[in-house]
Design a protein around this ligand. Structure first.
Ligand SMILES: CC(C)(COP(=O)(O)OP(=O)(O)OC[C@H]1O[C@@H](n2cnc3c(N)ncnc32)[C@H](O)[C@@H]1OP(=O)(O)O)[C@@H](O)C(=O)NCCC(=O)NCCS
Length: 167
């Protein structure tokens, strides 16, 4: 069993878009209407956005693409959290590769980047109904520090803000 990570470049945009769609659908389609899903996917995963300056990484399990990570710092963060924070905007593992330690591996990668850049904390927003992800983050030492609303199509939904502060 081998786990590898690769930083995405512009040439990876198409692959990144494919895995983004696949994992987003797997995660949320049973809890959201197709119309709202499509509206959100159009907005959140168009190629232009993927080509912006934040960092993306693919994770491979036995050389098969298994998931990806998106981290933002400074002004790229989706909330004004300041320059001492790093945001995990997306961390997605395909269903069939979950519970093999890949989520933890990507989270550790985000921690490594945060520490290299002298950040003091990592934060993220997670849908209040995404119990699986919330349990994972809590296991990894995150605590809830806030909440904000966002739109999935025309439906207003609530995200919990979870934070892990470095000692
Ligand atoms: C949430 C997610 C990233 C977790 O990744 P994963 O690869 O399945 O998790 P790991 O195997 O790395 O688990 C790491 C630890 O968390 C624990 N864990 C994982 N999921 C858990 C859950 N649902 N409940 C309790 N603990 C959980 C594991 O038991 C493991 O504990 P250990 O370190 O003591 O062995 C993954 O399930 C996923 O991509 N889900 C769908 C997309 C999603 O919701 N992303 C988050 C959007 S905000």
């Amino acid at each position: 069993m081998t786990i590898n990570i690769k930083k995405c470049t512009l040439e990876d945009s198409r692959k990144l878009q494919e895995i983004s769609y696949e994992t987003f659908n797997e995660t949320f389609k049973h809890q959201n209407s197709p119309e709202n899903m499509n509206a959100y996917l159009e907005r959140a995963f168009n190629l232009k956005q993927l080509e912006n300056s934040s960092q993306f990484f693919f994770v491979f399990f036995n050389n098969e693409g298994a998931g990806y990570l998106k981290v933002n710092t400074n002004d790229a963060q989706s909330e004004e959290m300041g320059d001492e924070s790093l945001e995990i905007e997306r961390i997605y593992i395909k269903n069939k590769f979950q519970k093999h330690g890949l989520g933890k591996y990507l989270l550790n990668k985000a921690m490594e980047i945060a520490m290299e850049r002298n950040k003091k904390k990592i934060w993220l927003g997670v849908w209040e109904k995404n119990e699986n992800a919330i349990a994972f983050y809590k296991k990894m030492g995150f605590v809830q520090t806030g909440a904000h609303s966002f739109y999935m199509g025309d439906e207003e939904q609530m995200d919990f803000i979870l934070t892990k502060t470095f000692i």
